[in-house]
Design a protein around this ligand. Sequence first.
Ligand code: URA
Length: 484
Amino acid sequence: MHSVSLPEIGTFEAWRDEARALLGASVPPGEVLWQRGQGAADLFSNGPGAEAPPPAASAPLSVPLSVPRGFVDLARLAICHSDPERFARLYALLWALRSDKRLLSDRADPRIDRLERMAKEVRRDRHKMTAFVRFREIGTPGANRRSFAAWFEPTHHIVELTAPFFVSRFGDMDWCILTPDISAHFEGGDLRFAAGAARPDLPEDATEDLWRTYFRNIFNPARLKPKAMQAEMPKKYWHNMPETQLIPELLASAQARAQEMAEAAPTLAPARAGKITARLRAEPETAPEMPGDLAQALQGCRRCPLWQDATQPVPGEGPKDAALMVVGEQPGDREDLEGRPFVGPAGQLFDKAAARAGLDRAQAYLTNAVKHFKFTPRGKRRIHQAPNRGEVMHCRWWLDIERAQVKPKLILAMGATAAESLTGSRAGLMARRGQVEHTEDGTPVLITLHPSYLLRLPEADRPAAEALFEQDLRLAAEMVAELR
Ligand code: URA
């Protein structure tokens, strides 16, 4: 019997190297005993519990071995599952793939089915981590970089896999996320992992008040669904989240507040709304109602400086339970003035192509990765400027809220900005269009071109690109019909 001890940090890489060596030596799955942590040798030879750098993207091969790409993606997720059999299951699959490469696409095979379900549970847990980690400030006032800490209890071993998300979101501050499994530390721009920790006493601070204020503001007593609320935010996470202290009080007063809201007179519009209304008075359309209070909450967005020059934020619009969400880059000139997405030339091109592809705009929820128009003035014109990565990442806050509210079955990402915001990947768009990728919580994302890109193409090149765009929209319509 071969006994393999895997480290708690860098588990996937260590498993991969061991599996390669075992396969190279033709050791059958039944003869391998796998274990992780507690006495298992540390991959980086620093002793149990010692700190280690993040694992390298690809360790040297001990034995050349080719496996389908899909297996690596599946293994990376499934290996984070808390099932103690996960290493053995993956090795058994690897063994079986040697004689049947197509096995991986056989969803009826119980081995694949089990691993796919494990991967799905891991994706879910990662999503919970990205949504429910709450940082508290621990640094000293006046320090160069602000410093934060958070305590989180994931169900699976997802810290290494999920930490890069926090790096991309909070790259300009120092932070650590402590968990009972392993902990992530981000200091001076470097990410490292260390042993798990006991729950620390973290100070209450101003960030908590912000969360509570935000939650109080988005809480709509008229739409109270305690069961759905608990399904989305299981009680397990409540004790780490400042806003959840408000839940009992908000639940208790919900009925009375809903009544008050129904009876209340409309609030006064802010002064600058006068200018906007005057400009828009000639327009016959009015924006449909937004899910939740997002449109109103967006008015106060100061997450990045783009609000300063834009006329107004542009929230998404469409049915609150749309199966399809369409995400563009940012509002253009017309959208900025009207406060509605995709009403300008790009929107018109989209409408025409969608109609030809059998995709009904009225049934989709249309929104943008960035909610304010970014431009540079040139004479009397405002010239579109692409949002930078920071702006896109700050604005993901809003897109995540829209996704959580609408819960689309499929997202159509139009253009590189939307694709990056939804999948985190900045890989070239042309190679990805027409393909399905996934958000961190596993929602399928179909990548396509942006209609503004089509508008900028020379006349001669446009028909071919439009045909591709239309083909993707048709695929989206078909996928939505299947997923519904
Ligand atoms: N381009 C976009 O990405 N979104 C809009 O709403 C308009 C143009």
